[in-house]
Design a protein around this ligand. Sequence first.
Ligand SMILES: Nc1ncnc2c1ncn2[C@@H]1O[C@H](COP(=O)(O)OP(=O)(O)OP(=O)(O)O)[C@@H](O)[C@H]1O
Ligand SMILES: [Mg+2]
Length: 400
Amino acid sequence: MTEHEHGAEDRERLRIYVTGTCDGLPEVLQALQAHDELELVGSAESIQEAASALAGGHLEAILHATRGPAYPAEELATVREYSRAPLILLASGDCSGLLEEALEDGVADLVPLPQLTENIVFAIRKACHQGRRSQAVDGRRGRVITVFSPKGGVGKTVVSTNLAATLCKSLGKATLLLDLDLQFGDAAIMLGLQPDKTIYDLVVAPGELDSEKLAGYTLQHPSGLDVLPAPLQPEDAELVTEGKLARLLEVARGSYDAIIVDTSPFFHGPMLATLDRTDDLLLLCGLDVPTIKNVRLSLQTLDLLSFPSERVGVVLNRSNTNVGIQRGEVERALETKIRADLPSDRAVPLGVNRGKPVSLNDPGADFSKAIAELARGLMAETSKSKKPAGKKGLLSRMRS
Ligand SMILES: Nc1ncnc2c1ncn2[C@@H]1O[C@H](COP(=O)(O)OP(=O)(O)OP(=O)(O)O)[C@@H](O)[C@H]1O
Ligand SMILES: [Mg+2]
């Protein structure tokens, strides 16, 4: 292996997608597929066919192929409906008249074909770099950390409340805990809070959602943590639509360093809209066969949805319980490494019943120490730039 190849392995590969068609495209696709700096997530001539991958694929750049001399304004507008990733135009035939219109239209680069692969990769690298920079100057960009498990009672709410409290109190991060267990959420109760306003009040309030409005609907925990509780009535859950949630997460990203999302054990619409904007998905597993089976199914579903596997971290809760299943067996069954172990700890239910998260009340407890390590690990990754996905992604893919 050459030094160049070693370097590329250490870096995260750039996730790209190719739409449209032009002469010489099959050869280009083959070369991009084989390139070690790139991850070609997919390609489709029809943009409609690519829609869910464009929106949900966490792409860093999109290449659209076209035959000159006409500028594909409509096609590019459709691509932009699904993703805000930088666009590169690959053009065969007469493309002398395309450049001006492409630049005016905000296309990152125009690459005439045939072209050396390295020149195309250079254009991709440049576009991705510019995309990341413009994201950085947009201001704060909080990390969305979603805590999910396909089974109830595995510890989602315990983990999300303690993680959020630790990020806020111990690591000094501006943190929002969002309770997306919309029907039976109990994050506020676990924190000893009595909600007077919830996410329901926020989404039905008139007017555009912005950071000030969001601040008016969050509850303040004494630790400094902000909480947006689940609706008080289960029937109000359905008013929290995917569109509202998408906007809420975009706004929250501008106001907080970290947004922790507690969930219910279902891949429903709001959950999919959240996944589209999730930087880290903590997939909670326990040491019992039904949970392991369902976590395995969840991993398969996430794969089908093109959710980037490097964003998924399996967390084993109550990992030290002696119930005849070893940690290694779980890893083999899931075909993935466990990212973090959280011990079973009597201090946890004591904290739950008192409405005082163990991480705050008893930072020396084994569970609190494990959560603190997980929190530090998550924040250490914040420096890595990861592009969120756009609007309609995973949701439309689940329905199609
Ligand atoms: N590491 C742990 N040690 C001891 N008890 C734990 C631990 N994790 C969770 N528990 C207990 O398990 C109970 C269920 O946890 P929790 O409510 O967080 O699960 P959940 O996945 O959010 O469930 P649901 O799907 O019903 O919302 C808690 O009341 C807590 O007492
Ligand atoms: Mg819960």
